[in-house]
Design a protein around this ligand. Sequence first.
Ligand SMILES: Cc1ncc(COP(=O)(O)O)c(C=O)c1O
Length: 464
Amino acid sequence: MDSTRESALLRASEILLRSWRSFDNSRHGQPVASTSTEELTRQSLPARPEPIDVVLASAEEILDESLAQARPRFFAFVGSSGLEAGVLGDMLAAAHDINLATTAQAADLIEEQTVRWVGELVGYPSAGGFFTSGGMISNLTALAAARERALPGAREHGIERGGGAIYASADAHASIRRAGEVLGLGSQRIRAVPIDHQRRMDAVALEGMLEADRASGVTPIAIVATAGTTLAGAVDPINDLADVAERHGVWLHVDGAYGLPAAASPLVGELFAGLDRADSVSVDAHKWLFVPKACGCLMVRDPRSLGAAFAHDSGYMLHDQDRARHPVDSTLEYSRPFRALKLWMALRTYGADAFRLALTRNLQQARLLAELVRQEESLELLLDPALSIVLYRHVAATGDLDDHNRRLVKALQEDGRVWVSDASLDGTTCLRPCIVNYRTSDDDIRELVRVTVEVGARLTREGD
Ligand SMILES: Cc1ncc(COP(=O)(O)O)c(C=O)c1O
């Protein structure tokens, strides 16, 4: 670098501080990519060095022109919010660039401790687990272990005739289907179990499907309970599903990628009863535990099940005498950064009570939003929120309401005061704000409703 480390670090920390200050409050509008950014992206591979100050300034501009989920009125998707102690943890972890594929000494101990802490926070007596790149990989990892338990030798011989099936609610995340595809079951063997009026998996229907499969020679591999569906935040009845799993000797996985942190809040904790009976549980700290991506956490009741699915010997990675296994013998990923550090630092810096409080506040804000929507004549609430996702639409229009709401979301994004995404609930197009940011205030929620009504009315005036 052309500068001293001290000066580069000072510049970087000034940029960080400006970002954090700008995230404290919402901003009016979202800048699009500037002409200077566009020019920059046309440049070819730089052969010669540039001053680090210039490169940092470019990075600051690019970040500012990109959509940051950290902003308090970014309501689209179940994302993370760049919790500050977590950001510092990521910075430090990147500097040391530890690889948790092989034994990494103190970092291994911290990863183990943080998995335990996550279990304690959500109420799962985890016997082991790992940090992953997120819900997709956590789900795939757990289901690979379940496949090996249900069909021993499948990792070696593949899936023989008859095959296996995985049961998840019709609203389960697409990562479950993808896991089934990757594991060689085929997406048709990911049974979509019907849901009730609260969009929770129907345990009776599940048992019927499972028995029908068994009768026709298909081996049930796993039941996946979703603890907070991505579309509507529904929490499947884990206890009832655990009963079915126990009766049939089937692996129970809980996909809590988005919603499971809410188990730590006294407001809705009872929704997650039965969690302790699961064989595996996934939760993404990079969603509703606020730390930066990526920070998925997979917990299991029997860590040997992961070894059975993944352990291997390679000439380039011999096992030492003291520790029979490397972490990579239990994980799907090979190179794994020290993802636990940012969560470990955040849990220590703020304390678990602050997390419980922030989660409870987000849950209350979802109820506030639902109430405000109910009070607005021009809006319609489509479902009472179980957690922190609120589905509603603007109905004061004369034309096709689905088309109107699609245009409304686009107009809101162009307006930029609030950022929401659209969704389809059984074919009805709606807005789907997800409240998962500790920076979001009650005023931000009121502004979301005010801006929706204002922009919705303008569209109606202009077009309908
Ligand atoms: C319930 C659920 N499972 C899995 C995932 C996938 O998580 P990731 O994007 O971290 O892989 C998501 C993402 O939103 C989710 O909501």
